[in-house]
Design a protein around this ligand. Structure first.
Ligand code: NAD
Ligand code: AHE
Ligand code: ZN
Length: 369
């Protein structure tokens, strides 16, 4: 079938709006009509060429929501008409990872996903007869996309797709990192570096966890108003300090915070986030994605003296099991998604959405097909 799509032809170039060909779903696969997609910083990161797994040409996009159009052979958990959120972290329930009870990282489709292919090693997308790669197992920048059954969360039909698309990545990641990865406890102090959708969602998570103090850090002070609305209590612009930001936070908090979160993808900030954590018990969670070849460093003494460095993917959330509950919590008012949507546009304006993100003017732009 034909599908409107925005394709990444080469690194560093705007997306091209074209009509692509999409093959029907094979065994274990599902054809989804994407109704809404947002743009996450990770899409911009991959388009920039900094992603070691970045492939071109490809159909990017991983923060979307849509409706099942057709199911392939053997698909049992979904039928046409179901509302779904595509998952870049699948949940098969059967692999060593799923059965471990220790992680949300599922291995069932991850190897082929990283090569931009469906599990059988082929692509469902083409343009003028030339193959296009899939992306993160989701490719939500195409009106019709093919996704593995294990990479789809079935959610309430009552929920507005133009809001719950944000649960496909950003909001779930930030809340989940606080709740699942750090397990922030009531009364804890928290520092959040980077106030995009991920950082703001981490603030929301910290409020849910009843943190006593939530320090919001960003170079762009325009982000502080929304951070305050989500519940941040203190605001720091590192460029206005005369000392390194970790020193300032240690000073503000009588020795450091209980938990810190890096929501930027900057390895120098990752170091600062670790080093502002309290001696003896402070934990720092890396959420931001850093470019090819970049590495983190600190004095090992920082860890010897009790600080803990962790990372979090999709907030440690098992998508098929837990995401329907996140949607229900949005519907009953327990999760705020609306305040993340700073811009709404027709899909054809997708390159404007990337520009707004790069300029620091948007939190999330939700695009409608
Ligand atoms: P964003 O661009 O909307 O937000 C980043 C924020 O960081 C901006 O407000 C920016 O002003 C601020 N910033 C940049 N440099 C800074 C610095 N040196 N000090 C302080 N603030 C600084 O991005 P986003 O969509 O919120 O994504 C944030 C990061 O999280 C990205 O790296 C993205 O790839 C990553 N991410 C990871 C996961 C995961 O599962 N681990 C999921 C989603 C996104
Ligand atoms: N491909 C990159 C890493 C990208 C990355 O870390 N992705 C995050 C999700 S970002 C969503 O916006 C993640 O969950 N990673 C776990 C996984 O299995 O991909 C690289 O460095 O190769
Ligand atoms: Zn994302």
């Amino acid at each position: 079938m034909k599908s409107r799509a925005a394709i990444a032809l080469e690194a560093g170039k705007p997306l091209e709006l074209v009509e692509i060909d999409v093959d029907g779903p094979k065994a274990g696969e599902v054809l989804v009509r994407i109704v809404n997609t947002a743009v996450c910083h990770t899409d911009a990161f991959t388009l920039s060429g900094a992603d070691p797994e970045g492939l071109f040409p490809s159909v990017l996009g991983h923060e979307g929501a849509g409706i099942v159009e057709e199911v392939g052979e053997g698909v049992t958990s979904l039928v046409p008409g179901d509302h779904v959120i595509p998952l870049y972290t699948a949940e098969c329930g059967k692999c060593k990872f799923c059965l471990s009870g220790k992680t949300n990282l599922c291995s069932s489709v991850r190897a082929t996903q990283g090569r931009g292919l469906m599990p059988d090693g082929t692509s469902r997308f083409s343009l003028d007869g030339k193959m296009l790669h899939h992306y993160m197992g989701t490719s939500t920048f195409s009106e019709y996309t093919v996704v593995s059954e294990v990479s789809l969360a079935k959610v309430s039909k009552q929920a507005p797709l133009d809001k719950i698309c944000l649960l496909g990545c950003g909001v779930t990641t930030g809340i989940g990192a606080v709740m699942n990865t750090a397990k922030v406890e009531p009364g804890a102090t928290v520092a959040i570096f980077g106030l995009g959708a991920i950082g703001l969602a981490a603030i929301q998570g910290a409020v849910m966890a009843k943190a006593s103090r939530i320090i919001a850090i960003d170079l762009n002070e325009d982000k502080f108003d929304l951070a305050r609305k989500f519940g941040a209590t203190d605001f720091v612009n590192p460029s206005k300090l005369s000392v390194p930001v970790q020193e300032a936070i240690v000073e503000m908090t009588d020795g450091g915070v209980d938990y810190s979160f890096e929501c930027i993808g900057n390895v120098n900030v990752m170091r600062a986030a670790l080093e502002c954590a309290h001696k003896g018990w402070g934990e720092s969670i890396i959420i931001g994605v850093a470019g090819a070849g970049e590495e983190i460093s600190t004095r090992p003494f920082q860890l010897v003296t009790g600080r803990v460095w962790k990372g979090s993917a999709f907030g440690g959330v098992k998508g098929r099991t837990e995401l329907p509950g996140y949607v229900d919590r949005y519907m009953n008012g327990a999760i705020n998604l609306d305040d993340f949507v700073t811009h709404q546009m027709p899909f054809e304006k997708i390159n404007d959405a990337f520009d707004l993100l790069h300029e620091g003017k948007s939190i999330r732009t939700v695009l409608s097909f």
